[in-house]
Design a protein around this ligand. Sequence first.
Ligand SMILES: Cc1cc2nc3c(=O)[nH]c(=O)nc-3n(C[C@H](O)[C@H](O)[C@H](O)COP(=O)(O)OP(=O)(O)OC[C@H]3O[C@@H](n4cnc5c(N)ncnc54)[C@H](O)[C@@H]3O)c2cc1C
Length: 451
Amino acid sequence: MFWTDRADRPVETDPLRGECAADLVIVGGGFTGLWAAVQALEEQPGRRVVVLESGAIGTGASSRNGGMLDESIAHGAENAHSHWPDEAATLIRLGQENFYQLRQTLIDHEIDCDYRPASWLDVATEPWQLDALEEGLPILRASGDIVEMLDAGQTSTHIRSATFIGALLSRDYGAIVDPAELVWGLQRLVVEMGGVIHEHSKAVSFDDVDAQMVVRTSGGAVRADRVVVATNAYPGPERSMRRHVIPVYDHVLMTEPLTEAQWAAVGWDGWEGIDDAANQFHYFRRTADGRILWGGYDASYHFNSSVDVRHEQSDAVHGLLAAQFFTTFPQLEGLDFSHRWGGPIGTTSRFTCAWGTKYDGRLAWVGGYTGLGVAASRFGARVALDLVDGKQTERTELAMVRTKPFPFPPEPFRSAVVALTRKSIQRADANQGKENAWLRLLGRFGIGFDS
Ligand SMILES: Cc1cc2nc3c(=O)[nH]c(=O)nc-3n(C[C@H](O)[C@H](O)[C@H](O)COP(=O)(O)OP(=O)(O)OC[C@H]3O[C@@H](n4cnc5c(N)ncnc54)[C@H](O)[C@@H]3O)c2cc1C
């Protein structure tokens, strides 16, 4: 995988062997788990924190993503307004604070992850997409975002494609990073702060023994006061999470480095995070070594919420992505792709993460950022710590935290519902964005499907 195939990747830590005690066990070593460890140790230096990761740190979505940071903790201002109009302003402020604090941690601890402040460009390829982008302007402006609509000519000053008929530009919104370097930087920080990380240590069970939690792996067990479950899309031992968070595979291509002439043909000098405004959308960005990352479009769900390395590669899906890349940028015809991969996105029916507690609040789980979790995972982890420590904060009082997304039905209905919804979304994209009766029904209940 492009981000992690490097000689300077950290040496793997030892698996858990035997029994040990901790104040807090964190299960899952992606962004959520690592941010939970960092914030727990910031808040209470000396706290005995153990992170258990079933593979290597960052094995999941955290080192496989586009590295495009969105400031929102609620999957965008419009999603916040549609679900929680009364607390949307608070969610937007908390997202901005989270984003600022994330950046501050990177600066304070010299985590070099090729962080580049960015603008976001939502490009439209059809008139109905332009209308939809324009409709969202008032909410974005009310949120304090500096946004403007661009026509085709103005869009081409950012990036050139004959398919782009206009765009929404959000200036100085978010950032882009190298996700693997961010994962590894957080991993280093956890260890420097005194946390213990065991890789290749899959948690297989949680037990409440004499008012303490015992987390077992195949090689050992940790007895702890508190547990945070940060397994996101993976089917972990905490079953209640699986009803609300399902895995959806997203696929990515990375090009070879472009020549100067190819960059000139694309006319892309900035560091914008770009996506297109269809329901089935692509996202793309530049890399430090002069490539284009191109991902998205066909989010695939596998029966019984299966997470398996076999779902990461698909000739059909990667082939379609490649064809769409050259439809968008015919001037790059002949450019090769050096890497292709996929990864599991934890999706909820309301597109934001969800939280839950068990064992009288001694265990909290969080996950389901639905494709926008690079920054929001820090907030998700912060709230999970509040919950597991029994703290009442502004965050824990949010309706977004207190309520759960509409659950996905069990199989075989789950597969059928996801398939019907994906098909309906495809049809809507092909039909000027017009939603069929099924999508309208879901919309009435605030339910959706996205990657
Ligand atoms: C292809 C792709 C592109 C994306 N692009 C973007 C983007 O550009 N911007 C953005 O904001 N978001 C993006 N995302 C989403 C983002 O990557 C995630 O929201 C975020 O990484 C979630 O972090 P996490 O720690 O919650 O989950 P993960 O990174 O998936 O971590 C969960 C970890 O738990 C471990 N685990 C599972 N079960 C167990 C167990 N039983 N015991 C121990 N460990 C266990 C897994 O191995 C995994 O490492 C993308 C995701 C994908 C897949």
